[in-house]
Design a protein around this ligand. Structure first.
Ligand code: HEM
Ligand SMILES: *[C@@H]1O[C@H](CO)[C@@H](O)[C@H](O)[C@H]1NC(C)=O
Ligand SMILES: *[C@@H]1O[C@H](CO)[C@@H](O)[C@H](O)[C@H]1NC(C)=O
Ligand SMILES: *[C@@H]1O[C@H](CO)[C@@H](O)[C@H](O)[C@H]1NC(C)=O
Ligand SMILES: CC(=O)N[C@H]1CO[C@H](CO)[C@@H](O)[C@@H]1O
Length: 512
């Protein structure tokens, strides 16, 4: 799972077999041979903790590793190294509460170490390095600006633009009466445009070519985190070079837009302008924008696609969603001879935010399934953190696997199945235990983008359902009755391993 920061797997074997890597490791072993060991009171160190490298399954099979190590430990907690880092793994209800509630476990610092994260911007225009994101006041600044951007009045103002972005993208699909589209491409791209408009800038959101280029750079950076870059952050690797290059390109693109605005005095009514008008310096503005794109895109883009994939394979939930959409249209836009998309375009923000409980349930179970991997924190207490009899050593990372709750069959029977009915009041599976669902964060770190993420997801799903009838097919066009399964050993929300497609027909009722 990745938030302000994201990461993607790169085959460990590629890395390990590279001779330069092994040579650097050997050198590193002599230079830095003192990786800190665990104090006696720390949770028991796992058996598979190798010298220098640590527990490799943290990278290659994370959920299997956590599940097995957690089950083997009497407390449910255990310790291991990953490269130079000390990590304490948590499982179980008590540990989860500590993880989300304890003030001494820091959020941003945890992610900054274990994920490559959004690119780091340096004063001298280069990227990467110990910079703004590592200073202790940046998270507060970031949260302040993001919260102000995502205020209701901005949603009211932005809604017509979000709707018009969604419709113009769907109109491209609707240009032919039927077709096939990979939602992890087409729907994901729509989310990127909406995210760009809501937390960054219109110049890019309005320019399809530039938008596509920025998305490519975003993906270059997202995919540049490797086992080696995390284990040994000081190692110069090709992945690190790609990341630096991608970050520098993004920096240049935003810098040019800012300089242009400053030069011509042109003002644009967008988030970038809001930051500039606050008097924030260029370094902060760009660091904010890149951080917000990284926080906002991945989960929203991947889940908006998954929801349609799940609906394509469930006639029951698709018809419930259709009924909900038609009921809301009837309530707020009663002219039933007007095409459904026109009527949806007239919905006020309140309707989008409160009138789609069925859609909320659909998104909720999609998030439960897609949010794999671990959440992270870092001890910043400067002293041992006591959890029962055991201690988390200072400077150790703490990792909590989402599967510990989201894949727990005692909480969610048949846990790999998408079933929005889990959240119906009479079942309320997510209320069975404290903190049994962590899809929007918990306790001290609620997701700051939740309202926006729900809004964009609702708009996309609703219009897609209004425009098209659709089913799920493979690349060859063959019908798929079941959705693909999520890779539970993944680190973050991802596309399915094999491409799937929505085969759609424009609904006659709404023929444009
Ligand atoms: C479906 C979409 C999304 C999901 C499932 C999601 C989920 C989460 C979760 C689980 C956390 C807490 C992580 C933890 O405790 O370790 C979180 C935090 C956060 N999210 Fe989201 N998120 C989504 C969309 C967004 C969007 C669109 C934005 C911004 C535009 C955003 C901004 C943030 C920020 C800034 C935090 C950190 C809060 C803090 O520092 O305490 N998220 N999100
Ligand atoms: C209802 O919508 C139809 C089609 O857009 C339009 O021709 C008609 O004038 C509308 N009726 C009212 C009462 O607005
Ligand atoms: C967090 O852990 C510290 C150290 O063990 C403890 O003193 C403190 O009471 C805990 N705080 C909370 C809110 O749980
Ligand atoms: C491990 O988990 C148990 C709950 O079963 C808790 O009481 C204990 O204090 C935890 N220890 C650590 C270090 O997390
Ligand atoms: C990031 C951070 O503040 N970590 C602390 C954890 O504990 C060590 C040892 O006491 C401190 O030096 C670190 O500052």
């Amino acid at each position: 799972m990745a938030l302000l920061d994201s990461l993607q797997s790169l085959s460990l074997s590629t890395l390990l077999y590279s001779t330069t890597f092994i040579a650097s490791l050997a050198l590193a072993y002599f230079v830095f041979s003192s990786r800190a060991s665990f104090p006696a009171k720390a949770p028991k160190v796992v058996g598979e903790n190798l010298p220098i490298l640590g527990a490799l399954r943290f990278w290659t099979a994370r959920w299997d590793f956590f599940r097995e190590a957690g089950a083997r430990s009497p407390s449910g907690n255990f310790s291991f190294h990953f490269g130079q880092h000390r990590v304490v793994g948590f499982t179980g209800d008590k540990s989860r509460a500590v993880f989300f509630e304890n003030r001494t476990l820091a959020f941003s610092e945890g992610y900054a170490i274990l994920f490559g994260g959004s690119p780091k911007v340096k004063r001298d225009n280069s990227i990467v390095g110990e910079t703004l994101t590592e200073t202790s006041e940046f998270p507060g600044y970031f949260a302040n600006r993001l919260t102000r951007m995502l205020k209701k009045e901005n949603f009211v103002k932005g809604l017509p633009y979000l709707i018009s972005d969604v419709r113009s993208n769907l109109d491209v699909l609707a240009a032919s009466p039927s077709g096939m589209t990979d939602p992890f491409n087409s729907i994901y791209n729509i989310v990127f445009q909406l995210t760009m408009r809501t937390v960054a800038c219109n110049d890019i959101a309005n320019d399809p070519k530039l938008l596509a280029r920025v998305l490519k750079l975003y993906e270059t950076i997202e995919q540049s985190t490797t086992a080696a870059t995390i284990m040994f952050p000081w190692l110069p690797t090709p992945a690190k070079a790609r990341r630096t290059w991608g970050g520098a390109q993004l920096y240049r693109i935003f810098k040019r837009i800012i300089d242009e605005r400053k030069k011509t005095g042109a003002k644009c009514d967008d988030p970038l302008q809001f930051l500039l008008d606050q008097g924030d310096d260029v370094l902060r503005v760009i660091t904010f924008v890149l951080g917000a794109l990284f926080a906002g895109q991945l989960n929203s883009g991947i889940n908006a696609a998954w929801v349609l994939v799940y609906l394509a394979t469930s006639s029951e939930w698709l018809s419930r969603v259709r009924a909900e959409v038609e009921a809301v249209a009837a309530k707020y836009s009663p002219n039933s001879t007007a095409p459904l998309p026109e009527r949806l375009a007239a919905l006020p923000i309140e309707a989008w935010e409160t009138e789609f409980p069925i859609l909320d349930m659909c998104l909720k179970d999609s998030i439960r399934l897609s949010m794999v991997g671990t959440a992270f924190r870092l001890n910043t207490s400067g002293a041992d953190i006591k959890v029962g009899d055991e201690v988390i050593p200072p400077d150790a990372l703490v990792a909590y696997p989402t599967g510990d709750i989201h894949q727990n069959p005692d909480i969610y029977p048949d846990p790999t199945r998408w079933d929005p009915g889990r959240y119906a009041p009479e079942r309320a599976e997510d209320k069975k235990r404290q903190y049994a669902w962590m899809g929007w964060g918990l306790a001290r770190h609620p997701c700051l983008g939740m309202r926006f993420a729900k809004l964009e997801s609702n708009i996309i799903t609703t219009f897609f359902v209004a425009y098209f009838d659709f089913e799920l097919v493979g690349r060859d066009g063959g019908l798929m009755k079941e959705p693909p399964k999520v890779d539970l050993n993944g680190f973050q929300a991802s596309k399915p391993k094999k491409n799937v497609f929505l085969k759609y027909r424009l609904r006659e009722k709404v023929m444009l």
